[in-house]
Design a protein around this ligand. Structure first.
Ligand code: FES
Length: 292
């Protein structure tokens, strides 16, 4: 909940900036318009003084008037400049405070998951994410895609991509069936699947959590975040998925929103300023029966 006085401060600051800028601009324009007229008057008086010295006091009075006007204008400009700086400071402070109060502060990622602020995230996390193709036996699925992509060695990548897209990894049973039905050999499959990082040989969890390890996120604690997530999910060394296959935790390069570091991506949804505690609490929430 954002305090009303904070919003008012931001509005007052912004209004102050606008008014001061307008007044300073008006003062500058008026001075630019006035200057040639004053110069003309002074020039005329000087000519008259040269012809008749009786005009000297008038010239002096005109000089005094112009000097006084200049000093008045300078004083007013100084005051406006001070008010402008104060208004800008008020606006910046209020805006920063508003920003911090509006949910972009260090997460409580669980708030994004459970509260009104994050219905999209909640939807993403609560959906029955991946099914790992459990509804169709790999052998039957492979027969279908082989009919579509053919049996030649050139069909290896499209076949592997289809299997990966369907199961989110390459089940041994499916790969075996590919070798039985096509000209593709186990060695070719092993080479291709290990060469391209898009292919996985082990099952994925229902939810994919990617922790950004770009420079900004790295210095903001991405390593601790990853370690805490892995520890909380009891993911063993050398693996990236928990025993229940609920979560797969991986690393990713810069996600392009470094100002929100550290950033994680959960099932394609980017969430910034995540704390290890907040992320773990959120995962606990996802693991609860009501969300899964
Ligand atoms: S470094 Fe993480 S989003 Fe850029």
């Amino acid at each position: 909940m954002i305090p009303i006085w904070l919003k008012r401060s931001a509005v007052i600051g912004a209004s102050g900036i606008v008014v001061c800028v307008l007044l300073l601009t008006a003062s500058y324009v008026a001075a630019r318009i006035r200057a040639p007229k004053d110069a003309r008057i002074v020039e005329d008086l000087k000519k008259q003084v040269r012809q008749d010295s009786a005009f000297a006091p008038k010239l002096e009075a005109e000089h005094k008037r112009i000097t006084a006007a200049l000093q008045r204008r300078k004083k007013l400009d100084d005051i406006l400049a001070l008010v402008l700086m104060a208004a800008a400071a008020l606006f910046i402070a209020s805006a920063k405070w508003l920003d911090a109060s509006s949910g972009r502060r260090p997460l409580p990622m669980d708030r994004l998951v459970h509260l009104k602020a994050g219905p999209k995230v909640r939807q993403v996390l609560a959906r029955p994410a991946a099914t790992n193709g459990e509804e169709e036996p790999p052998a039957a699925f492979v027969e279908r895609i082989v009919q579509r992509h053919g049996r030649s060695k050139e069909a290896a990548i499209p076949l592997l991509q289809a299997i990966q897209a369907h199961y989110r990894y390459l089940p041994d049973e499916a790969l075996k069936r590919v070798c039985e039905l096509t000209e593709i050999t186990p060695a070719q499959i092993a080479g291709t699947s290990s060469f391209y990082s898009q292919f996985r040989r082990s099952p994925m969890g229902r939810h994919l959590v990617r922790v950004c390890h770009g420079t900004a996120c790295h210095v903001s604690g991405a390593r601790q975040l990853t370690e805490e997530l892995r520890r909380r999910l009891e993911i063993p060394d050398g693996a990236d998925t928990d025993a229940r296959r609920m979560f797969t935790v991986g690393e990713v390069a810069c996600l392009g929103c470094c100002s929100l570091a550290p950033v994680i991506m959960v099932d394609g949804q980017t969430v910034g300023k995540v704390t290890p505690a907040g992320a773990c609490e959120a995962l606990d929430g996802i693991r609860s029966p009501s969300l899964t």
